[in-house]
Design a protein around this ligand. Structure first.
Ligand code: AMP
Ligand code: MG
Length: 287
């Protein structure tokens, strides 16, 4: 069985300064695309058990990427070996009227994972520097006081996000961010495949085609996002996403590495419980 450790290291960005998206190959598969290596996920479920038993740390996984990049499959894959009660997935789409009546962190904050649990965000407050940046009319509808909407707004949002993530980290939430880096060609191919398949058409967002046309603007926004918000405490992983299975493995590997870094020992059950377990064994064996 393949161990997942280390696979993700070369895709991790700890310091975003100077980050250039153009040198990251969405088609990279590091020489392996092999479904059977998915068995390495057993590691994940063991670590989750310890996370839950210790009940000190929370883990937040943020999945970002264009439509069809594989955010849903990544969430499903990570969840597939987890105790369902220890893991929750939240998807963030276009904000509701109620959500727009609050600051931009409000809706995500309510879904942060509690200690001992893993929370997966499918999209997140990062949309505020992605889709909102690419489509300036969205910003216009956010009902911000006009004098606060200046050219500095993206820089300010980056600062606020960094401050927020540092706050989470200092309070015991491990924040790991994943950019599923799809190529423009593969994006087009997947959108057309969705259109061609009657069972998948319901998933097709008619706006995806327009988003495809804005590809370069999106990539620029993603690049600046990584530059401004990749830090040692909450790194971005730039995941080559053209090969679905490889992307899933790298995400899982990054999660395993980071969670192992927390040093979660198996919980100490204490002498009293130890003694009670011994007598329980005696009861069973003497029956
Ligand atoms: P999906 O993830 O396919 O359900 O699509 C959700 C849609 O909501 C995407 O087009 C996102 O760009 C959009 N979206 C997510 N967050 C925001 C936001 N804060 N403001 C505007 N649109 C958003
Ligand atoms: Mg979608």
């Amino acid at each position: 069985m393949m161990k997942l450790n280390g696979l993700a290291r070369r895709y991790r960005v700890d310091d975003g300064r100077g980050f250039r998206l153009a040198v990251w190959d969405p088609g990279d598969a590091n020489g392996l695309i092999d479904e059977t290596s998915a068995q390495g996920l057993v590691q994940l479920s063991e670590i989750q058990e310890r996370l839950c038993a210790q009940d000190h740390w929370a883990v937040l996984l943020i999945l970002q990427g264009m439509d069809t990049a594989g955010k849903g499959s990544a969430a499903r894959y990570i969840m597939s070996r987890m105790e369902p009660q220890g893991c929750q997935v939240t998807a963030f789409g276009r904000p509701s009227a109620e959500e727009l009546d609050h600051d931009f962190m409000w809706r995500t904050t309510r879904h942060l994972p509690e200690r001992g649990r893993i929370g997966i965000f499918r999209r997140s407050y990062y949309e505020e520097v992605l889709v909102v940046r690419v489509h300036s009319d969205i910003l216009g509808n956010q009902r911000l006081p006009p004098k606060l909407v200046t050219r500095k707004i993206w820089k300010e949002r980056f600062e606020d996000i960094n401050a927020f993530e540092r706050y989470l980290t200092r309070n015991g939430t491990l924040v790991l961010k994943f950019f599923l880096n799809l190529s423009k060609e593969e994006h087009k191919r997947r959108l057309l495949a969705r259109l061609d398949d009657p069972t998948k058409q319901w998933k097709f967002d008619p706006e995806s085609a327009t988003e495809h046309q804005r590809w370069d603007d999106y990539m620029k926004a993603y690049e600046e996002m990584v530059r401004a918000t990749a830090t040692p405490d909450s790194p971005w992983h730039v995941i080559p996403a053209d090969n679905r299975w490889f992307a899933l493995l790298v995400v899982a590997s990054a999660v395993v590495d980071a969670m192992e870094g927390l040093g979660l020992a198996a919980p100490d059950i204490g002498q009293q419980l130890q003694e009670r377990l011994l007598s329980a064994r005696a009861v069973l064996e003497n029956e």
